[in-house]
Design a protein around this ligand. Structure first.
Ligand SMILES: *Cc1c(COP(=O)(O)O)cnc(C)c1O
Length: 364
């Protein structure tokens, strides 16, 4: 079976380095916000090209902290793409804000500039742009729109570690940005983890304070903060894996290129391979097909594991029954038709070609 993402294979490549990092942490006697944490934050900020990075507990917390650090009031509206993973909406709702859904561009699965003005109201305060599947949203138009209308921009970078537009990496376009280090992400810990990055020193200090009990100085609490911290062990492991992230992203790009060149079946629509100035880090390779169940079954019979990201759009989830009446035809079609092919930096070239052949053999 060609697995969708072989996490064990991905992580055992660095077995000795990870073991050493864990041993060092064990023997340091310091397990939260110590040397590993501070070194990782510095290295991750450097990787993203941002001035600041704050390690936090997970990606959802990172998103919540981004919103919490901005000057927003209960009931304010935040524009989000309708086809995102539900965590994006949950962060908005959990901060007492209202998510306003906008249809994505069906070619990129991401927000473009279109649809934003229809979503605008006197209560709109921010756009939460998601770089879904590893590809950047159209940040130039989104940021121009935000500037015209005095809105904040937050980036959900949980699927886009290292993705670039004209040499600028994800996390630099908005006011403040969130990353996840969930094990299956392009940069994944051996457990939960997340980060907030920003070029704004005031916002960085605020996120740092809010994530650590509302405290800048030990036992002095200026806000009703939370405890959401990246621990020393995960920071130490992420420092090892960060060194190889670009290599892994390049390998993902090679696999995606092969899929785009070699999959010729007219039963599937391939994702666009973006131009050189806008790189995708191919967190997922998502095709569209009218016969998803049949194609998935066909591939399974040929030893290829596939997944669906995602089967149900947020506005059709029981958790968002208040949005159930929205009509989002682009998003609903996406959720009915998408199928994710294996894309794993440890896949062999042979396996990549086997996936292409298996897809091409599908006759519906
Ligand atoms: C994974 C993910 C999150 C949440 O990250 P966690 O670390 O699992 O909390 C948020 N947004 C998107 C788009 C994601 O893919």
């Amino acid at each position: 079976m060609i697995s969708f993402l072989n996490l064990k294979e991905i992580n055992v490549r660095y077995k000795d380095e990870i073991a050493q990092a864990m041993q060092d942490t064990l023997e340091s006697g310091w397990y939260v916000r110590g040397k590993q944490y501070h070194d990782f934050c510095r290295e991750f900020a450097e990787y993203c090209g941002t001035r600041h990075a704050i390690g936090v507990g997970n990606g959802l917390d990172a998103l919540e902290l981004c919103l919490e650090a901005l000057d927003l009031e209960v009931g304010d509206e935040v524009i989000v793409p309708a086809n995102t993973y539900i965590a994006t909406l949950l962060a908005v709702s959990r901060m007492g804000l209202r998510p306003v859904l906008v249809e994505p561009d069906p070619g990129t699965f991401n927000l473009s500039g279109r649809g934003l003005s229809d979503a605008l109201s006197p209560k709109t305060r921010a756009i939460l742009a998601v770089h879904l599947y590893g590809r950047l949203a159209e940040m130039q138009s989104i940021c121009a729109f935000a500037q015209e209308n005095e809105l904040y921009v937050v980036e959900d970078c949980a699927q886009s570690h290292g993705a670039e537009l004209n040499g600028t990496r994800a996390g630099n376009f908005g006011d403040v940005s969130a990353f996840s280090f969930y094990p299956g992400k392009n940069l994944g810990a051996l457990g939960d983890g997340g980060a907030v990055v920003t070029n704004n020193s005031t916002l960085a200090a605020k996120v740092d304070m809010l994530s650590n009990y509302g405290s800048r100085q030990k036992y002095v609490n200026e806000a009703k903060g939370r405890n959401s911290r990246l621990d020393e062990l995960q920071a130490a492991i992420l420092r090892v894996k960060l060194k190889y992230l670009d290599e892994d992203n390049d390998r993902r790009r090679d696999i995606a290129k092969t899929y785009c060149d070699r999959i010729t079946s007219n039963h599937v629509t391939l994702p666009e391979f973006p131009s050189d100035t806008a790189t995708s880090v191919w967190h997922l390779f998502v095709v569209r097909t009218r016969n998803r169940e049949l194609l998935a079954e066909h591939l399974k019979d040929r030893g290829v594991q596939t997944l669906v990201h995602y089967p149900i759009p947020p506005h059709k989830q029981a958790a968002y029954s208040e949005l159930a009446d929205l009509s989002m035809p682009v998003t609903e079609a996406i959720h009915d038709e998408v199928l994710s092919l294996p894309i794993d930096p440890t896949m062999s070239n042979e396996d990549v070609l086997r996936v292409c052949e298996a897809v091409n053999a599908f006759t519906s």
